[in-house]
Design a protein around this ligand. Structure first.
Ligand code: PMP
Length: 449
């Protein structure tokens, strides 16, 4: 009887015991089992190495193998591994201050563990703020189709992707969706700016139809990421901020992916000169090394929570939110980004890669290339005239071509609405020039360009 290899044993046990995230059954049976990682590269148990063009899940911004981060967390684990933030702790205070520097504003920070929790926290703070600010009827949120905001019944309700939602309904009530402008799919005869302003107008109309005094806020990613990397026209973002101010709504910016240098600025909203009331963040805050998330809230919103009545505080707790070791590690992560000027690097290297892959636009299936910093979407179509999205099968082949050449890339989630089929790339901000050249070369080879 032939002995099983260690790898075969692991595959068998994986197939027996593991339930992977986001995978159809067939693919669930053949996972890549990743064993080690260094810089921008991951290695599986077969010894195959790949450039991680998705930074794990859009999060390993400083790359793998940062010993200083491991040391910072380890030291904190020895010193004081846990305390709930109903008290306070030193790494939490230090990180909250540092996040304010990155935000370039005056925010109070509520820590949690994941992007979903950060958004749930934002919704609850917004509702309670209005409640205690004399407008208890404001409970609805406006969000956009195609955006993803999390996996809980509230954040999934905010999410604008039907295929992720329909089996879990009913979700939390009170979430209303509007169109997000898409530079590639414009109503005929309209410029991108005209369509963007029309979308903003439709958002305003929706708020009016719903009655503004029932609406608590708008949640938006500055750039819709998982829904196809939709880069907005700057005037749209400004207009949304204006509408929020006009009707007394809070503007919640979901920076779970766009934050921490991904788009070439500290936070995505800083590309557009707006000042959100609430900023939610996760992923890049620790570069994915440990779970941590934060909801940053403008100081003025804290005022109603300061009232004397015992019941006026925010009745929300996360046992693990703001774990001291995660906070300590996050501080080191941000220091590395500062020391190595990774935010600036995201901007310059992003442009360079964009220039490198620009010739792809000549390919009959490449409809549109979108890029901001080190965030890329390459939208594929079956036909450039009709813009019919390419099939899942075809985009799968391109992704497999990249993988066979040692490059991991992703794709957006939404095919149900027939909108798009977009390849996504979000490599670590720390990638070398050689890594960047490899990405360009590989993607071009995958398309035979
Ligand atoms: N918001 C956005 C924009 C995201 O991309 C994600 C996760 N991909 C989330 C929220 C939810 O984050 P988490 O998976 O950490 O709960």
């Amino acid at each position: 009887m032939s002995q099983k290899t260690p790898q075969e044993t692991l595959y068998e046990k994986d197939g027996r015991y593991m339930w992977h995230h986001m995978k159809p059954y067939q693919k669930d049976q053949n996972p890549m089992v990743i064993e080690s990682a260094q810089d921008a590269w991951i290695t599986d148990i077969e010894g195959n190495s790949y450039l991680d063009g998705m930074s794990g899940l859009w999060c390993v911004n400083v790359g793998y193998g940062r010993e200083e981060m491991v040391a910072a967390a380890t030291e904190q684990l020895r010193k004081m591994p846990f305390h709930p933030l109903s008290n306070s702790h030193v790494p939490g205070i230090q990180l909250a201050e540092k996040l304010n520097d990155w935000l370039k504003g005056d925010y109070r920070i509520f820590f949690s563990n994941s992007g979903s929790e950060a958004n749930e926290t934002a919704f609850k703070i917004a509702r309670q703020y209005h409640h205690q600010n004399g407008e208890p009827g404001r409970y609805k949120f406006i969000s956009r189709y195609r955006a993803y905001h999390g996996n809980t019944l509230g954040t999934l309700a905010a999410t604008g992707q039907a295929q992720r939602k329909y089996r879990y309904e009913p979700l939390a009530p009170g979430f209303i969706h509007v169109h997000a402008p898409d530079e590639y799919r414009l109503p005929s005869g309209q410029s991108f700016e005209e369509w963007s302003l029309q979308c903003a107008q439709m958002m305003e109309d929706t708020i009016k139809w719903e009655r503004p005094e029932t609406v608590a806020g708008v949640i938006m990613e500055p750039i819709i990421t998982g829904g196809g990397v939709l880069i907005p026209h700057p005037s749209y973002v400004k207009e949304v901020e204006k509408i929020c101010k006009k009707y007394g709504l809070l503007l919640i910016n979901d920076e779970v992916i766009c934050g921490f240098g991904r788009t070439g600025e500290n936070f995505g909203y800083q590309n557009y000169g707006i000042e959100p009331d609430i900023v939610t963040m996760a992923k890049g805050i620790t570069s994915g090394y440990l779970p941590l998330a934060a909801t940053a809230v403008k100081q003025k919103l804290y005022e109603p929570f300061k009232r004397k009545e015992e019941s006026d505080h925010f009745r929300h707790v996360n046992t693990f939110g703001g774990n001291p070791a995660a906070c300590k590690l996050a501080i080191k992560n941000l220091e590395i980004m500062e020391d190595e000027k990774l935010v600036e690097r995201s901007k310059t290297l992003g442009k360079k890669i964009r220039e490198g892959i620009q010739p792809l636009e000549g390919h009959p299936n490449v409809g549109n290339i979108r890029q901001k910093g080190l965030l890329f979407g390459i939208e594929l179509v079956a036909d450039k005239d009709t813009k019919e999205p390419i099939s899942n099968n075809e985009i799968g082949k391109i992704i497999a071509q990249c993988k066979s050449r040692g490059l991991i890339i992703g794709k957006n989630a939404d095919t149900v609405a027939g909108h798009s089929n977009t390849m996504t790339m979000a490599p670590p901000l720390s990638i070398t020039d050689e890594d960047a050249a490899m990405i360009v070369r590989t993607v071009k080879e995958a398309f035979h360009v």
